[in-house]
Design a binder for this molecule. Structure first.
Ligand SMILES: [Zn+2]
Length: 413
């Protein structure tokens, strides 16, 4: 392959360009249905058009580019990622997947290559869910799993999702028009930064994602007895925080014992919360994730039993409230194979890893086969201005996507 056929090496320059569209001049923040959402859709749409695509905006504000196949109206290989960001985001989360996809089409277009199937790119309106505490608004609308009850949910300024959409120029009653039929799509492929340290530890630029992990979230409350820190003997205490501490260690131990499982306690409140008072009540969150659902459910069951045991032994009462459960989403085995085959062709060591973070591919899996390519990011740091990737790795990700699309397209042609 000569350099003319390579995905453009100026991908980093264009990632910087996307990152100039921000609600804040000091850091990158781009929430859905804001003026910045309008600007990013315009910019992404212009880049798609420049790559040879026809561009439209769908009923939920996703920008969709289409590179027609040899047969008009043929099903599409859909590529994509999200155009929104978290608050104080990095430049590569979402943006890399959009630009890698555009580079892929640009390369095919510049060489006059079309397949029987079309290629589409979806720039999703909202994946991070920052503004309305939702998940995957854009891809869920496309997959037909958009929860219309969310339309009444307000943002922090009291603007409902429906109002925000109207302000953006969309009619929330027409959201169903964003739905794509299964027979319109061949598959969905997404390039994304890993947001973890695994590829870096392996010394690899890219990897094939096996599954998007399922997750359980719980709120655990332990009720003991508050008392004077100076007068109650150690043997007579029902200290809710000491009991919670044992539970936190159980989360770590149970997760660490299982491959690919992670467990986190990220929030804890202690009351009354005074230096000289024995904690009477402790409430904490638990987040457990694994790519295999049976493994995750077994771990959660073991954790609950362990925490109840801790509570009984320490004479505190316990309540465990399940706040969220999502099953894992497997990437299609044939796509994982295609990605690994393309890695081999490009001289890269095939490597598979699960995704502990959620992605639009999880929503897209409702209607089509999905696959993801992860790109190494420095230190696994993401959702932070310190998020960092190299230009070489960005091009490696784009290059790999192009090869996968070429291989899938050629097989059908
Ligand atoms: Zn992302």
């Amino acid at each position: 392959m000569n350099s003319h056929q390579d995905p453009s090496t100026d991908i980093m320059v264009r990632l910087d360009l996307l990152a100039t569209i921000s609600e804040s001049p000091r850091h990158l923040t781009r929430r859905c249905f804001t003026p910045e959402h309008r600007q990013i859709n315009d910019l992404a749409g212009a880049l798609m058009r420049d790559a040879g695509m026809t561009v439209r905006e769908d009923a939920v504000g996703n920008v969709i580019g289409r590179y027609e196949g040899l047969v008009e109206g043929a099903p599409a290989i859909m590529l994509g990622s999200h155009l929104d960001t978290v608050i104080m985001a990095g430049k590569y989360d979402g943006g890399l997947g959009i630009l890698a996809a555009i580079d892929c089409v640009r390369s095919l277009h510049s060489r006059g290559i079309r397949f029987v199937d079309a290629i589409e790119i979806a720039g999703f309106a909202d994946e991070e869910g920052v503004r309305f505490q939702s998940t995957y608004l854009g891809s869920r609308a496309l997959a037909g799993t958009f929860d219309t009850a969310l339309l009444n949910r307000p943002d922090k300024d009291g603007v409902t999702l429906a109002e925000a959409m109207q302000e953006f120029g969309l009619d929330p009653r027409r959201i169903g028009e964003a739905i794509r039929r299964t027979d319109e799509l061949l598959c969905y492929l997404e390039v994304h930064i890993e947001q973890g340290p695994v590829l870096e530890c392996e010394g690899l630029a890219v990897g094939a994602v096996t599954a998007i992990s399922g997750a359980n979230r719980m709120t655990v409350t332990l009720d003991g007895t508050a008392g004077h820190a100076g007068t109650v003997p150690m043997s007579a205490r029902q200290d809710a925080l000491i009991a919670a501490s044992e539970c936190v260690l159980a989360v770590e131990e149970i997760a660490a014992r299982r491959a690919s499982m992670v467990g986190t306690v990220g929030q804890m409140t202690v009351s009354p919360g005074a230096t000289n008072v024995i904690p009477g009540r402790t409430t904490f969150s638990v987040d457990m994730r694994a790519p295999k659902d049976d493994l995750r459910r077994a771990a959660v069951a073991e954790l609950k039993e362990r925490m109840r045991g801790v509570a009984a032994r320490r004479s505190v009462s316990i309540s465990i409230e399940a706040t969220h459960e999502a099953t894992s989403v497997a990437c299609a085995p044939w796509i994982i194979d295609e990605i690994e085959e393309a890695m081999t062709e490009l001289g890269q060591r095939p490597f598979r890893l699960p995704s502990g973070a959620g992605h639009d591919a999880a929503a897209m899996a409702e209607i089509t086969d999905v696959g993801m390519i992860f790109v190494r990011c420095a230190g696994g740091i993401s959702h932070s201005p310190d998020e960092s990737i190299t230009g070489e790795d960005a091009v490696a990700g784009a290059h790999l996507l192009l090869r996968v699309v070429e291989n899938i397209g050629a097989k059908k042609s």
